[in-house]
Write a protein of this length. Structure first.
Lengths: 316, 285
């Protein structure tokens, strides 16, 4: 592509303005605006049903928007689908691999959809299998692979056209902790190579690990935007003291704790007390003779940000 | 397209190549050739099973030719349409075999591509368009229909089923009849989200009657006039008539030949338009 063709890149890889998707009366995506910069790792964090997948599919031009503006690499994905998707890697929320084909053939067939020549695809497939740590499984049929292997293969498949932008819809849902860390490591390497990542997740630790910047989504709307640390700084205290008095007593204790912390959240199983000095707060709780059954102090997370913004947990 | 670079073995462990692919060139090629890129999948998937595909494709014709041509032909000693029964029935068998395949491939496999295998959704995330996916599936099917028709024709040779070299035209005619079933049914199948039980019904109330009233085993005009319309709307009958003209020069008015061709082409054209529309809707909703 000529330099001129992608001049917009200097500004935004993805530009969305008042983006909306309605199903009948229901707004799955309710007028959201955001920009993704080149090389950035951008996140959409929100609970199930927030509208993350809907947004991702509109970016790839495989879902028609109801209204609003959307530009990917300077082009409208609805009318310039082939041009946009040639530069895009898509990892959908649920794997849609060719179950009957071998792992390696999945990469090659998918690459052929792009019209990539076999002379390119054969070495590329091996390279990607290596990247996904699936070299030993190259000739295994997909339906014999574990969930984690399938997920890695789907991600490898999304890289077959050497995309400039990689869309990852819930990349690690359903993976065990070790597999998640391997994946994060792989994605981090891609980012280092300049690939722009757009990640949806409902795991706050994933958002914190992967994203330079993110938007918090709820009910189709963006409720906050920023880097993980700036969001935490803005919407939460530095630390959180979690105390449990047993499910019957929790509610009764709240009044006695209220004046100790700047903010208190009562969850069914525990009470969260927000403060910059969590240990100090906990000492004060004990000094008052309010002995919780268990207690701990931790750093604030995006989970706390979400709770603050919506009054709900990310994962119900 | 610029030659993409690939990482050397030493780089592989840490990096996966990015930046060598010319995306604009990819998109430009996709715009032109996307449908063919989609069509290739059927072949990649099927090459390991090619012997099974061929066996099932050819098993039926052999049995048909033997049973109908030779068995039934021994009973039907008088000539039909001026030729021995085997010569009369062979082009029709070729057409109905291929057309029935076209009908079958337009149902479960298309629905499965959306529902079970989801390969259409996978493809739609690449540089091809939904319309190209529909067209690519049709091209892949066309190749199968031709292969099946050609195999049938070759098999007819030792049975002495063909009078003239023109009989080879039955292959493209059968392909057209097969597509006339495939495209409209595929358009419908692209809309089905449930378990597809309606396919049994379609087979029984549409495909079977169209086969039985296609004039395969006897000329349609021996049927009572109030049943003949089933043949008239059947792509199989139009294909059969054309195939007989080609195979043994059955006496036929030129307008008739043109009309049969037009009907088949119309079925395919309307089917393709609907198919592209429905693929687009399903893959963008
Ligand atoms: N095809 C559809 N028809 C009607 N509602 C839909 C459709 N697809 C998604 N939705 C609804 O839109 C909302 C957002 O869905 P989605 O984008 O998948 O959320 P997320 O990916 O954040 O979990 C959900 O409430 C979902 O039920
Ligand atoms: Mg989702």
């Amino acid at each position: 592509m000529s330099e001129a063709g992608f001049r917009l890149l200097d500004v935004s890889v993805i530009h969305a303005s008042e983006l909306r998707k309605n199903y009948g009366d229901f707004a799955a995506v309710d007028g959201i605006s955001f920009d993704v910069a080149p090389g950035e790792s951008f996140g959409l964090l929100g609970p199930n049903g927030a509208g993350k997948s809907t947004t991702m599919r509109m970016i790839g031009g495989t879902l028609l928007r109801t209204s609003g503006t959307l530009e990917v690499l300077g082009l409208d994905p609805e009318t310039r689908g082939p041009e946009v998707r040639a530069s895009l890697g898509v990892v959908p929320q649920s794997d849609n691999l060719d179950e009957e084909l071998r792992a390696r053939d999945n990469l090659i067939v998918y690459g052929r959809y792009f019209g990539l020549p076999l002379s390119y695809l054969k070495p590329k497939a091996d390279e990607l299998l290596e990247f996904a740590q699936l070299t030993e499984k190259a000739n295994a049929k997909v339906n014999s692979l574990s969930g984690g292997m399938k997920r890695r293969l789907t991600i490898a498949r999304g890289l077959v056209n050497e995309p400039r932008v990689l869309l990852l819809d819930e990349p690690t849902t359903g993976l065990d902790p070790q597999a998640r860390h391997i994946l994060w490591d792989r994605l981090f390497r891609l980012k280092e190579q300049g690939v722009t990542l757009v990640v949806t997740t409902h795991f706050m630790d994933e958002a914190e690990q992967l994203c330079d910047r993110l938007v918090v989504m709820d009910h189709g709307q963006i409720v906050a935007e920023g880097s993980p640390s700036s969001l935490i700084k803005q919407y939460s205290s530095r630390e959180v003291a979690e105390v449990r008095f047993g499910s019957e007593r929790n509610a009764a204790m709240v009044d006695e704790l209220r004046d100790l912390a700047g903010r208190i959240e009562v969850l069914p199983d525990r009470i969260l007390m927000y403060a910059d000095d969590g240990e100090g707060l906990l000492e004060e709780v004990h000094r008052r003779g309010l002995n919780p059954v268990t207690s701990l102090v931790r750093r604030s997370s995006l989970e706390d940000v979400f709770l603050r913004l919506t009054g709900r947990s990310l994962i119900d | 397209m610029a030659e993409p670079t690939t990482a050397t073995a030493s780089e592989v462990a840490t990096v996966v190549g990015t930046g060598g692919v010319d995306h604009a060139a990819l998109a430009a090629r996709s715009r032109v050739w996307g449908a063919l890129h989609v069509a290739q999948r059927q072949w990649v998937n099927e090459i390991p099973f090619i012997h099974i595909v061929l066996l099932t494709a050819l098993g039926n014709p052999i049995i048909y030719l033997a049973a109908m041509g030779i068995g039934l032909g021994a009973l039907v000693t008088s000539q039909v349409a001026g030729v021995p029964y085997l010569i009369f029935v062979a082009p029709a068998l070729l057409v109905s075999t291929v057309a029935t395949s076209g009908a079958g491939w337009g149902t479960w496999p298309i629905m499965g591509g959306f529902k079970w295998e989801k390969n259409y959704f996978a493809a739609s995330a690449t540089s091809v368009t939904p319309g190209q996916i529909a067209l690519g599936e049709t091209i892949g099917m066309t190749a199968r229909l031709i292969l099946q028709g050609a195999a049938f024709w070759v098999l007819g040779l030792p049975f002495n089923a063909w009078h003239s070299p023109w009989s080879v035209l039955t292959v493209p005619i059968a392909m057209l009849a097969g597509l006339a079933f495939f495209a409209p049914l595929a358009a419908y199948s692209a809309t089905i989200e449930d378990e597809g039980i309606q396919f049994n019904l379609i087979n029984r109330i549409i495909v079977m009657p169209m086969f039985l009233f296609a004039g395969t085993f006897f000329p349609l005009d021996v049927m009572p006039i109030y049943l003949q319309w089933i043949g008239w709307i059947s792509p199989m009958w139009h294909g059969t008539q054309l195939a007989r003209v080609a195979a043994f020069g059955m006496a036929y008015p030129l307008e008739g030949v043109v009309a049969h061709l037009l009907v088949l082409v119309a079925y395919v054209a309307v089917g393709l338009v609907l198919m592209r529309r429905n693929f687009f809707r399903r893959l963008t909703k």
